[in-house]
Design a protein around this ligand. Structure first.
Ligand SMILES: *Cc1c(COP(=O)(O)O)cnc(C)c1O
Length: 359
């Protein structure tokens, strides 16, 4: 067979992939760059995993993830038929984009937001338009009252940490009854209002959450969506057209144990929110500008020192935070909330960096 110019390369789906935060192998590092939880998962998770025999992994897992779906349904007071689970919320969101965003009209999401939205849209050939955040970094519902093929936004937003209250989310839904509206609640447990109560009023609302942040299980890859039964059925049909056995046996067992341990969940959340609020006060005392955060990270900028310079100086000291060289936010750092000890080291280092720079 003759090789044509370009050959197979002409038929490749070209994508510009999402770049996740780095996972350095530096043993002494303080890792505050990908919003992981600094506390371990519930002890019940460890127990559940120990109780598994490796022989179980000979068999395919339950394609319906019944135990986990039931546990999520029970925890959130919905029917199991309203719950969809996936391999992290990235998997849930990717499936939701593919399922619900199939219109010729552009989907809408904020200009400053989770950068994966753009990547999925491009990958699946979904037209999109971004909607600017206000000057004070809020999502303005009024700007979402225009023709579109669907809407997606995180609440709290990433990487700003700024939350909308439920009435603002409702305003967006009221103006968009004929498209699916996805609310990505990856950080909602850290102090924001969930859109879940709006499910009674809106059959086009899909709420997506994850075990990666508030339940300390980023490594397990568990996410879920809750919505109207019919939405969930559509989502499952698409999922079963790609991969029937998404959730592996260990994550079904571990996820079920995690969601049942409400006490542990509350305790870790309280610690993180307390640390966040005190670190914010201390950073402000050092001259930093910090956005009001309802997430497990702070989005900060310093009036005198460029964020990129701080990012690099921290990195030299084995402290990893996140820097985005993107319009509007290239003078900000996103700092994940770690343990109180880790945050003390961060604050001390920043104090030293600022002092050294001043002399
Ligand atoms: C972390 C994050 C996700 C994805 O998390 P998973 O680990 O895939 O569950 C989704 N959306 C936002 C806004 C996030 O920050």
């Amino acid at each position: 067979m003759q090789d044509t110019p370009g050959g197979w390369k002409r038929f490749v789906r070209k994508v510009e992939p999402y770049v996740p935060g780095e996972q350095p192998s530096d043993r002494n590092m303080i890792k505050l760059n990908t919003n992981e939880n600094p506390y371990p998962p519930s002890p019940d998770v460890v127990r559940a995993l120990r109780m598994m025999s490796s022989d179980e992994n000979r068999l395919y897992p339950d394609p319906n993830s019944t135990v986990l779906v039931n546990a999520v349904a029970e925890r959130y007071g919905v029917k199991p038929s309203q719950v969809f689970v996936g391999v992290g919320s990235d998997d849930v969101l990717a499936n939701a984009f593919l399922t619900f965003f199939n219109s010729e009209n552009p989907i809408l999401f904020p200009d400053v937001t989770y950068s994966f939205y753009k990547v999925w849209a491009a990958c699946y050939g979904i037209p999109y338009e971004t909607v600017p955040l206000t000057e004070d970094w809020r999502i303005d519902p009024a700007l979402y009252a225009r023709k579109n093929g669907g809407i997606v936004f995180p609440n709290p937003n990433a990487p700003t940490g700024v939350a909308m209250d439920r009435s603002a989310v409702r305003e967006i839904l009221l103006k968009n009854r004929d498209v699916v509206v996805i609310v990505d609640e990856a950080y909602v447990d850290f102090g924001a209002e969930s859109a879940l109560p709006l499910l009674e009023e809106f059959d086009n609302l899909l709420v997506v959450q994850t075990f990666s942040k508030s339940r300390s299980m980023a490594g397990m890859r568990i996410g879920f969506a809750i919505g109207n039964e019919e939405l969930i059925r559509c989502l499952s049909d698409v999922r079963f057209s790609i991969n029937s056995y998404t959730m592996n046996r260990p994550s079904l067992a571990a996820g079920t144990a995690a969601i049942r341990d409400e006490d542990y969940f509350r305790k870790t959340l309280d610690k993180i929110m307390e640390t966040r609020d005190s670190v914010k006060d201390l950073l402000e005392a050092m001259g930093f500008f910090c956005l009001e955060s309802c997430a497990n990270f702070l989005f900060v900028s310093h009036p005198d020192v460029p964020a990129k310079e701080l990012f690099e100086a921290l990195r030299e000291r084995h402290i990893y935070v996140r820097y985005f060289s993107q319009p509007r936010i290239d003078n900000f750092l996103r700092i994940t909330i770690g343990t109180t000890e880790q945050m003390q080291v961060l604050l001390d280092s920043l104090t030293r960096i600022l002092r050294e720079r001043a002399v």
